[in-house]
Ligand binder design. Structure first.
Ligand code: SF4
Length: 240
């Protein structure tokens, strides 16, 4: 694809995403009349990037939402989640595929509930694993994408409800850049080296947060899809 073609695609896509986000806002307003304060976008983005570097966790105002406990996620339990490992029955753990030995997964029940979700709440809340402490569904709102399909309906509802603030124009530009990065990653998988790029919503949103700075560049519209994909890969390596 030529640089000019990518330029038009990206520019239009970014505007389209913002427009769709506004439309979603209006439909959510009439259907549920409920917003949830997600905080200032720039401050959230800085914390999310720190968390992806393993520096600090998320502080998510979940309120009464239990979406991440009931949406079919297999929950990673790391070797250093010692309090979790001491609290969880061995029968609900299985070795985590493609991860070093010692990593385990808690497999959800058929109804999508985590095996530790009992009586409408987490039965090991004080000892829950780092995976749960780090989970922040605002990342999907930031990226302008849904968390998934029908099994993620509860999370998708909250994703629609989050509302970021934009105290400065830089907050707004950063949000547009994250959304443009997510749209590019989703739509240009073939442009990445070896076509190695996330295709699931969580992976797309995480990579967009890591590499959004690529889309702050004033020259972004002149670069080919392959150049942008390579820049995204380079930016993401800062988090290795
Ligand atoms: S361990 Fe607790 S917080 Fe984590 S998914 Fe399961 S029920 Fe939810």
């Amino acid at each position: 694809m030529s640089g000019q073609g990518v330029s038009r695609t990206l520019t239009c896509r970014a505007y389209e995403l913002c427009h769709n986000a506004r439309r979603m806002t209006h439909s959510a307003t009439s259907a549920t009349a409920r917003f949830v304060d997600a905080g200032a976008f720039g401050a959230w983005l800085a914390r999310a990037r720190d968390a992806l570097r393993g520096q600090g966790g998320s502080d998510v105002p979940c309120g009464d939402c239990n979406g991440c406990c009931t949406s079919g996620y297999a929950i990673q339990v790391r070797p250093d989640d010692t309090r979790t490992l001491a609290s969880v029955p061995a029968r609900v753990l299985m070795p985590a595929p493609r991860l070093p030995p010692g990593n385990a997964m808690m497999i959800p029940h058929r109804n999508g509930h985590c095996p530790m979700y009992v009586g409408g709440q987490c039965s090991i809340y004080r000892n829950r694993p780092q995976t749960c402490l780090d989970y922040d569904c605002r990342i999907f709102s930031a990226a302008g994408i849904a968390a998934g399909g029908p099994d993620k309906v509860v999370i998708n509802r909250r994703v629609d409800e989050w509302r970021f603030d934009y105290p400065t124009e830089a907050d707004r530009c950063a949000h547009r850049a994250v959304q443009a990065a997510a749209a590019f990653i989703r739509d240009h998988g073939a442009s990445f080296p070896g076509k190695r790029v996330p295709t699931a919503p969580t992976g797309i949103a995480v990579l967009a947060v890591k590499a959004y700075t690529v889309f702050l560049d004033v020259d972004v519209a002149t670069r080919s899809a392959e150049e942008l994909a390579a820049a995204i890969v380079r930016a993401s390596r800062d988090f290795d």
